[in-house]
Design a protein around this ligand. Structure first.
Ligand SMILES: Nc1ncnc2c1ncn2[C@@H]1O[C@H](COP(=O)(O)OP(=O)(O)OP(=O)(O)O)[C@@H](O)[C@H]1O
Length: 403
């Protein structure tokens, strides 16, 4: 546990960067400091490893005042990852990762072997260890940065906007891998970002900072989205926060419908798209159309086919397909399920099993009904009137793939 007790930082020029911050950061979880630019997130983070000293208050790690530990010793137990990775340009990737263990007396050979394993752990082939940082993409450099911070196996990791220098797709991948890695490692992580979506996705707890270094709210992502503490937080988390809060509701009981399908490369039969309950006429952007779900040979979804003007016998090709949006997989949240239905041209969201094979479709109206029931259950749970089944309100992935 890292405890901030009435911590303030006023810089010599008079800037009050952090004001009276009191916060308890739980062990083994990800706590995100989020807020607009200049509100004291980085200053607060750097006070943990004493790169910046507070002007008032105390910071304790597991009950020990950090001022009672000399700074180098303190920092050995605290990994630090920054934007753009901050790698040493003239050292190979492997030696970058091995730096701290070597400084701590591990033999170079041993440190390199461990570094090589760490690279694989963060999703990089060990062969990349021979390259120099400039020979890697931004996303790869960030992975090396994470591996380097993990090399000394510190119980605490400080991460300052580690994924913000990469494009949104790579950032999403890095976030997913980071969640997976943390589920194995269980480090105490303090993560700084100005992106509320990133905070909600990664954080077990979120500290929302307001301008002037004031803590506006400290709560679970679900609470920050559903019950912002004041207008500032409500404004910061944005207008569609109700929709985003759906990410925290599981979709265990959604009814799945059988969906008529065709296989890519096969010929359309005369009744294609007109049998089964999923084949009713669906109004999309004008005329009524009949949408048929097209699969590959492994029953994985490839897209939707508008059969309105297609004669029986027509061969189904990739070019004819309209891509749906998100897929709902096992353990998906209601947000993913709703997104799958709303982003599908047929209005029917495709549900897949763990191998990506189609198991049926869901309709937006049914997801909305499930959302309503989950809200009722959640309200009952808060008042203690009703117990939810275990895991019913756990955080699930919010993303989805395109069929
Ligand atoms: N060394 C310094 N001397 C004077 N003022 C500073 C110093 N470092 C930071 N500040 C000021 O302290 C305030 C908080 O800065 P900090 O970097 O902690 O904010 P932040 O929330 O991390 O911002 P960002 O998201 O832009 O990185 C800002 O007004 C900043 O200009």
């Amino acid at each position: 546990m890292i405890s901030f007790r009435s911590v303030s930082k006023v810089f010599p020029d008079g800037t009050a960067a952090v004001q009276d911050l009191t916060v308890e950061i739980p062990t083994g979880r990800i706590t995100v400091f989020v807020g607009p630019s200049g509100c004291g997130k980085t200053t607060s983070l750097r006070m943990i490893n004493r790169m910046i000293e507070p002007t008032a208050g105390t910071i304790e790690i597991d009950g020990r005042d950090t001022r009672s530990i000399d700074a180098p010793t303190l920092r050995r137990g605290i990994g630090y990852v920054i934007q753009n990775a901050g790698l040493f340009p003239h050292r190979t990737v492997l030696d970058n990762v091995a730096t701290v263990p070597v400084l701590q007396g591990t033999s170079r050979r041993e440190a390199r072997a461990a570094a090589s394993e760490l690279l694989e752990r963060v999703g990089l082939p060990a062969a990349m260890g021979k390259r120099y940082p400039a020979q890697l993409s931004g996303g790869q450099q960030q992975r090396v940065g994470v591996a380097r911070a993990l090399a000394a196996d510190p119980p605490v990791m400080l991460m300052d906007e580690p994924f913000s220098a990469v494009d949104p797709v790579v950032r999403g991948q890095l976030q997913d891998e980071f969640i997976r890695l943390q589920s194995e490692l269980g480090k105490t992580i303090v993560f700084v970002t100005h992106d509320i979506d990133e905070a909600v996705k990664l954080g077990d707890k979120i500290a929302v900072f307001a301008v002037g270094g004031r803590l506006a709210q400290y709560a679970s992502p679900d609470d920050v989205l559903r019950r912002p503490s004041d207008d500032f937080v409500a404004d910061f988390v944005g207008r569609d926060r109700g929709y985003r809060a759906l990410s925290f509701l599981d979709s265990p009981d959604l009814p799945l419908h059988d969906e008529p399908t065709a296989t890519l490369g096969s010929a359309l039969t005369a009744d294609a798209g007109s049998t089964g309950e999923g084949a009713e006429e669906t109004r999309t952007d004008g005329p009524a159309t009949r949408w048929l779900l097209v699969l590959d040979g492994e029953r994985r979804p490839r897209g939707w086919l508008d059969t309105t003007n297609l004669a029986p016998g027509t061969t189904v090709t990739d070019q004819q397909l309209v891509l749906g949006g998100a897929l709902a997989g096992p353990g998906s949240s209601l947000r993913t399920a709703l997104d799958a239905a709303l982003s599908s041209p047929s209005g029917r969201g495709v549900a897949v099993d763990a191998d990506g094979r189609v198991v049926g479709t869901v309709r937006a109206t049914e997801v909305l009904t499930a959302i309503e029931s989950a809200r009722v259950r959640s309200a009952a749970e808060r008042t203690g009137a009703h117990r939810l089944p275990a895991g019913a309100l756990t955080k699930s992935g919010t993303g989805g793939d395109q069929p």
